[in-house]
Design a binder for this molecule. Sequence first.
Ligand code: COA
Length: 317
Amino acid sequence: MKIIGTGRAHPSKVVTNAMLEQFLDTNDEWIVSRTGMKERRVISSEKLEDMAADAARKAIEDAGLKPDDIDYIICSNVVNEYITPGLSCIIQGAIGAKCACVDVNAACSGFIYALDMADDRIRAGKAKHILVVAAEEPTRMVDWTDRSLCVLFGDGAGAVVVSYGEGMIASRLTTQSKTDCLYYVRKLEPTPYITKPEYGAPMYMNGREVFKTAVLSSSRDIKRLLDKAGLQPSDIKYYILHQANMRIIEAIANWLKLDMSYFPHNVDRCGNTSSASIPLLLDELAREGKLKKGDKILMSAFGAGFTTGACIFEWTK
Ligand code: COA
């Protein structure tokens, strides 16, 4: 599988740390020193499905294809207004494609899981051109009076089109059921028969636990992948890591003994956009002309579950 097109869409509303200070007991110094975030893009009047379709159209155009050429759509998404139908079905209608569609929810690792599924499908000869979209609005999962969480997130949609080719070098997915350190619970409709206690709750996160697990698991995935591919850390042009926290990215850079030029980031401008963070950053790099044919890229993400996903691929465009 190789990536032949990328696209992205951001919400128009920029929320700076100073804007958060107006209604929360927080300050720019705390947010920047703990997370590296200066501002984030937050959904206001937009719909996530429109942003997802916008990113998809741009990726298809960048690939030099038409929506008709797409024969499978995979959308990574944790939350949107619809429980059903899947966001992938909505994107299909919006862009005028005619293929089978499916959603995946692997939390912030979802884009890597979706890419891995696309790789399998292409290797199996079941599809020629697959659209992979990651569209997320985590700002709708948090309690905006909780300063420890609402400052961390932003919204956005990133997309890629993949097709047959020699791009994917190695990938690795892991899941460890650990449901008490990061979750969001939605209350279902009542029925006349429900007798068990039920509740809904905004996102809960044990930040320190997630921080530790994220650094350890991403470092482990990166090492295993480099070993599998027979590469040294410096053979990778860019490490495109899940943009959850600048300190996590710096800890991984330190562990690899690499300087920060290997670690492009958008967390300072976009916040944590869940599974959209990697394709958003990938599109940014591609459109700024920073990716050259033959560059090796390593992507690594972690998220609720606890899931991790990582892959190494070569830029072939
Ligand atoms: N502004 C000011 N103070 C804040 C604050 C805010 N926005 N949020 C929390 N605080 C306070 C806390 O109340 C606490 O105060 P106390 O010591 O008086 O009790 C203090 O800051 C330290 O809180 P703590 O949670 O220990 O901070 P931390 O250094 O662990 O940083 C995170 C918190 C969330 C930034 C950090 O744990 C983190 O990034 N974790 C990983 C998150 C992540 O990657 N999530 C994505 C998963 S996909």
